[in-house]
Design a protein around this ligand. Structure first.
Ligand code: ARG
Length: 271
């Protein structure tokens, strides 16, 4: 059963986007990036979300923070409470403060983390599953200790999921909520034991294959019905359509060069 809801998102335009360093296997500092095209494609994503009836806040990008466009990494919020990010790599650390200022202006309660964690890159939330659970990834960026820190900050149960394939270094490139209680994921991104956990918890999940995952198909944003995803993920789009969702493809070729797609660019604010 789909549970479509209007959402509020936060995005930051790629005006200063570049691949100046390589902190994931997708980043190649020698490959040229067309920043103008990146901005155009980002605008297309923003317009798509607005057209679907959602609210999009914009966070001003900062010079010297080329990955700031991946707004999902800046924090994670549930019920108007924010668990802040603490980035793994020094190149991105200053982004957390920009997000913190944004939530301060909204007046939301903010917990500054001690443990390394990359916000919605590794955390996601299913409001109707068991009354509200957090799914959390670890293995590459977020420390498993951050999972219990998030549980204490948010007062919601956190289920730890272990990522094992460096190409899928964040949870949000390997798994995505489709509605308030169901998910889609690529099993191969997770350890054998985590795969067993996911099979137990989500028997009705939409299973993606390696090709879907490599096309960044799982790096999607769903409002419970409309599923905004990378145009290249055509096979996954077909699977989602037969599962009752409406795939909405968007082109984001330039941002793929930094190792991200739709979801990486969109943080959800959960009041
Ligand atoms: N270049 C960025 C990094 O490696 C990409 C982040 C992608 N964001 C995401 N939510 N998966 O940190």
């Amino acid at each position: 059963m789909t549970t479509q809801r209007e959402r509020t998102y936060l995005m930051s335009p790629p005006e200063h986007f570049a691949v100046e360093y390589a902190i994931n296997p997708w980043m190649d500092t020698t490959a040229p990036v067309d920043t103008e095209l990146a901005v155009k494609q980002w605008e297309g994503l923003r317009e798509t979300l607005t057209r679907l009836g959602h609210t999009v806040h914009v966070l001003r990008p900062e010079i010297g923070l080329p990955d700031m466009v991946y707004a999902a990494n800046g924090a994670f919020s549930v019920d108007g409470v924010v668990y802040g990010a603490r980035f793994r790599y020094p190149q991105r650390m200053a982004e957390a403060a920009a997000h913190k200022r944004f939530y301060a202006e909204l007046g939301w309660k903010y917990t500054t983390p001690v443990e390394t964690n990359e916000g919605e890159g590794d955390f996601t939330y299913l409001p109707s599953y068991l009354g509200g659970v957090v799914l959390a990834g670890h293995g590459f960026r977020t420390e498993v200790a951050a999972h219990s820190e998030a549980q204490e900050a948010l007062g919601r149960p956190v289920i730890s999921l272990r990522l094992v394939d460096p190409r899928f270094y964040h949870l949000d490139v390997a798994l995505a909520p489709l509605d308030d209680s169901n998910i889609t994921y690529y099993p191969g991104a997770f350890s054998e034991s985590t795969q067993a956990v996911l099979r137990q918890l989500f028997p009705d999940a939409v299973i993606a294959d390696e090709e879907d995952a490599l096309a960044f198909g799982l790096n999607l944003v769903s409002d419970g019905r409309n599923v905004v995803l990378n145009t290249e993920a055509t096979a996954l789009a077909a699977k989602l359509r037969s599962a009752g969702y409406v795939p909405v493809p968007v082109e984001l070729t330039e941002l793929k060069k930094g190792g991200g797609s739709v979801k990486c660019c969109v943080a959800e604010l959960r009041p």
